[in-house]
Design a protein around this ligand. Structure first.
Ligand code: UD2
Ligand code: MN
Length: 370
């Protein structure tokens, strides 16, 4: 009897041990399987977080490990781990839609609210140093450099940045903002600064579209999309100062945009218009003389406000402008990107734009009369 009871007890103990072994085995299998599918990406659900979980599990030494050999090995592992993780997590972005969904249309533009650097910075936390931005959720088809001819217009620049950054973001433009700042007090030369802008921004990134904008012009409608078109684009067609109408058919001032091919086809812009006026008409001539047409937005969309200002010092009307625009056909071949000369003084990246200061020289002495 007691033998029988002893035998049963022993049997139960054995069964218990067997059960414990089975449970232990099952737990080990589950743990191994989890690691296995993470390590070899079986269900493609691998991401950086999973990897860091796994490194805790294996207790990998950190890159700053005190053991040199282990340090190197783990550094190596972490490096490849990172790049592997990047490759698998960075899904290619879909192309940006032709009509961005977040546009609001007509905008209220006013210049009485005080504008400070702090406010501008706070409004644009996602703009990268140098004034660079690309949409986070889609891949833009073009890379756009916005080039602004500039000297001593800080007040205007603040409003320009305040209004344009949010508009460009809504338009889903991949862009960089470049201020081409004329050094010194010699006569201003808008078109030469724009040529310099074209050349300098290409040192920064592989831009394929170049938009040239006055610093004092703000679009009143965000449907006026800041990218390049099949033909050279004139954006600022209906300005408050011209009663919201095109002042004349061949007007090309204010804001315009050309892609690389279009810009190089006309040898860029003229360098020889010193002082105010005429250079925009010369550019228009270059476009038509080279068999291109100007493209424009609808007059309801191409509306702009210009911040009121007096004529700047050292930008007096150019008395030669009327005769010069008669000769574009001859001058455009020798005056342009192929004759551009200047001295780069400095390039400084600010949070919301890149400032490129250049010495562009001065106008040649006028030939003596008679
Ligand atoms: C008109 C055109 C402009 C250009 C100019 C003649 C409009 C809205 N714009 O501008 O595109 O054809 O006539 O040259 O019709 N600037 C400075 N500092 C200066 C001088 C000029 O930053 O000391 C820059 C600034 O970006 C300014 C631009 O050059 O917006 C054009 O100069 P403007 O504003 O004095 O001339 P405006 O308004 O007659
Ligand atoms: Mn102006």
């Amino acid at each position: 009897m007691t033998r029988l009871m002893l035998g049963r007890t022993l049997e139960r103990i054995c069964k218990g041990i067997l059960l414990l072994c089975l449970v232990h085995f099952a737990i080990m299998m589950i743990l191994y399987w989890d690691v296995y599918i993470q390590r070899f990406d079986i269900f493609n659900r691998f991401n950086t977080r999973n990897y860091s979980r796994m490194s805790h599990f294996f207790n990998f030494s950190k890159p700053n490990s005190t053991l040199p050999t282990l340090g190197i090995a783990s550094d190596h592992f972490l490096a490849s781990e990172k790049s592997e993780a990047n490759v698998t997590t960075e899904k290619p972005l879909p192309p940006c839609p032709d009509v961005p969904p977040g546009l609001v249309g007509r905008l209220l533009i006013e210049f009485s609210t005080p504008m400070t650097q702090e406010r501008l910075r706070k409004e644009n936390p996602d703009v990268k140093e140098g004034g660079r931005y690309s949409p986070p959720d889609c891949k833009a088809r073009q890379k756009v450099a916005i080039i602004i001819p500039y000297r001593n217009r800080e007040h205007h620049l603040k409003y320009w940045l305040h209004y344009l950054h949010p508009i460009l973001r809504r338009q889903k433009i991949d862009y960089g903002i470049y201020i081409i700042n004329q050094h010194g007090d010699d006569t201003f030369n808008r078109a030469k600064l724009l040529n310099i802008g074209y050349k300098e921004v290409l040192k920064d990134a592989d831009y394929d579209c170049f938009i040239f904008s006055d610093v004092d012009l703000i679009p009143m409608d965000d449907r006026n999309l800041y990218h390049c078109y099949d033909q050279p684009r004139h954006f600022a067609i209906a300005m408050d100062k011209f009663g919201f109408r095109l002042p004349y058919a061949g007007y090309f001032g204010g804001v315009s945009g050309l892609n690389k091919t279009q810009f190089l086809k006309i040898n860029g812009f003229p360098n020889e218009y010193w002082g105010w006026g005429g250079e925009d008409d010369d550019i228009y001539n270059r476009i038509t003389l080279n068999g291109m047409k100007v493209s424009r937005p609808d007059v309801k969309i191409g509306r702009y406000r210009m911040i009121k200002h007096d004529r700047d010092k050292h930008n007096e009307p150019n008395p030669q402008r009327f005769t010069k625009i008669q000769n574009t056909k001859i001058t455009m071949h020798r005056d342009g990107m192929n004759s551009l000369q200047y001295h780069l003084i400095e390039t400084v990246r600010y949070p919301l734009y890149t400032n490129i200061t250049v010495d562009i020289g001065k106008p040649p002495p006028r030939p003596p009369r008679g």
